[in-house]
Each structure stands twice: as C-alpha cells, then as structure tokens.
Design a protein around this ligand. Structure first.
Ligand SMILES: NC(=O)c1ccc[n+]([C@@H]2O[C@H](COP(=O)([O-])OP(=O)(O)OC[C@H]3O[C@@H](n4cnc5c(N)ncnc54)[C@H](OP(=O)(O)O)[C@@H]3O)[C@@H](O)[C@H]2O)c1
Length: 226
C-alpha cells in the first residue's frame, strides 16, 4: 500500500510510518522538523519519501502533493495525524495568535492536505482519508478549549466530506485513545497511567487502519475500541 502520513516526525505518525515500512508498505510523509525529516530519509530510503512541509502552507502542500502524486501515483491511504495541543489554560487567557496557530494546524492544515490529494482519489474512485480525532472531539476539557474546538471541527469536517465523496472513496475519523506523546503530555488533567507508548499502539493500530474502507465512510472509529 502507498500511505501518506502527516505528522510523521514524532508520536503516532512516526510510529505508524515505522510499522508500515517494516511491513512492506510505502510511506510518504511530512512534518516541519528538518532534522527529523533528514533522519527519516537516512533511515528509510526510497521508495519512501519524507519532506519538511508545514501543512498550514496551502501553496507548498499543493506543490508537494503534485510532486508526490507524480512520483508515487494515487495513495491508498491518507493519514492526517499532524496536530498540536497547547498547555492547559482558560480560553480567555489564550493569546489570539496561539489560538489561531492551533486552528491553522489542526483544522485548516488537514483541509489543505485533503484539498491537495482528494481529487486524485476521486479520479481513481478509491482511497481512504483518515483524520485523527480525539475523545476531546466529543467531550469537553477545561483548559483545552482550542484543542476541543479543533477536534469537534474535524468530526464535522470529516462527516460532511464523507457525504461529498463518490462511492469507493472514504473519509473517517480515528480516535487513538490515550497514547504517550508530546501532544498528550499537555493534557495535565487527564490521567495517562496505563497509556501505551506510540510504538506499542501502532503495532495493532497500523494493521487495523488498513482494514478501513468504504464501509466505514463517515464513521468515527476508536482504536483501541472502547
Ligand atoms: N497521543 C494521544 O493520546 C492522542 C489522543 C487523541 C488524539 N490524538 C491526535 O493524534 C494525532 C497525532 O498526535 P500525537 O500524539 O502523535 O502528537 P505528537 O507526538 O505531538 O506529534 C504531532 C506531529 O504533528 C506534526 N505537526 C505539527 N504541526 C505540523 C504542521 N504545521 N505541519 C506538519 N506537521 C505538523 C509534528 O511534527 P513537526 O513538529 O516536525 O511539524 C509531529 O510529527 C494528533 O492529531 C492528535 O491530536 C492523539
């Protein structure tokens, strides 16, 4: 399978990439950290492709997508794992630029990737878009209003997209539960005792994702199931 992964430099995206590569799939990934991308390129040479792309930059995303589609053809899966959270703080104390940054990455960045790659999937009449959501896309947490808002938005965006896509192409959200990463380390109020590390989570989540297709279009899925 050919799998696009955003947020491939750390956390869940990186753990998924490593599992897919170890199991014979081709990974096309992006993240902002040049050092981490260099390391991924060095460790996992062609046919895998890793580029330092900020998903909030719609122009660069569309140029990158055109290049990746030219080199690799239509991907089978697009995993929109890139995202950030921020230190817990009441909404009225979050500076406007910090609020905007989170919205730009978690919502608009995801939309940029979809805008750039979805036409190829639609033309091929196949492919699955997996947008990473959260339990906080269905609930509230004091101190994480911006993150919650972004994940509620991802649910609405994905369910609407699912209704727009032609038969054969699917969009769904995946809630990864609690996994120890940089993002989850900012959720001071959430008990992370017993949370998996990303590599352990990916061992089962990565093959599970490859079972997802048209039947799951528009659904919100949990992995691990809860
Ligand atoms: N971990 C959990 O327990 C948990 C639970 C629920 C939902 N989630 C969701 O799962 C997804 C992955 O989270 P994670 O825990 O793996 O987070 P993480 O370890 O903090 O990794 C986030 C990834 O996103 C990338 N990223 C951030 N901003 C970006 C940008 N503007 N352009 C491109 N890449 C960007 C980061 O790379 P650079 O810094 O190099 O750009 C990094 O690779 C997120 O959507 C998160 O909200 C996680």
């Amino acid at each position: 399978m050919k799998i696009i992964i955003t947020g491939v430099t750390r956390g869940l995206g990186k753990a998924l990439a490593e599992w897919y590569i170890a199991n014979g799939h081709t990974v096309i990934g992006c993240g902002r950290s040049g050092a981490a991308i260099f390391d991924l390129r060095f460790t996992h040479p062609e046919p895998h492709t890793f580029d330092a792309i900020d998903i909030t930059d719609s122009t660069r995303v569309s140029i990158w997508a055109e290049r990746m589609l030219g080199v690799h053809g239509t991907p089978d899966y697009i995993l929109n794992a890139a995202g950030i959270s921020q230190p817990s703080a009441p909404l009225w104390t979050i500076p406007a630029q910090d609020f905007s940054k989170l919205i730009d990455i978690n919502i608009k960045g995801t939309a940029n990737i979809i805008r750039a790659f979805a036409p190829a999937l639609i033309e091929a009449k196949r492919g699955v878009i997996v947008n990473f959501s959260s339990d906080l896309g269905h609930s509230a947490l004091a101190g994480q209003s911006a993150y919650c808002a972004s994940k509620w938005a991802i649910e609405g965006l994905t369910k609407s997209l699912a209704e727009e896509l032609p038969h054969g192409v699917a969009a769904l959200t995946l809630k990864p539960g609690k996994v120890k990463t940089d993002t989850s380390s900012t959720w001071a109020q959430i008990d992370m005792d017993g949370a998996l590390d990303a590599a352990t989570w990916a061992q089962n989540a990565a093959p599970y994702i490859l079972t997802l297709g048209s039947l799951q279009n528009g659904q919100t899925l949990n992995y691990p199931a809860s």
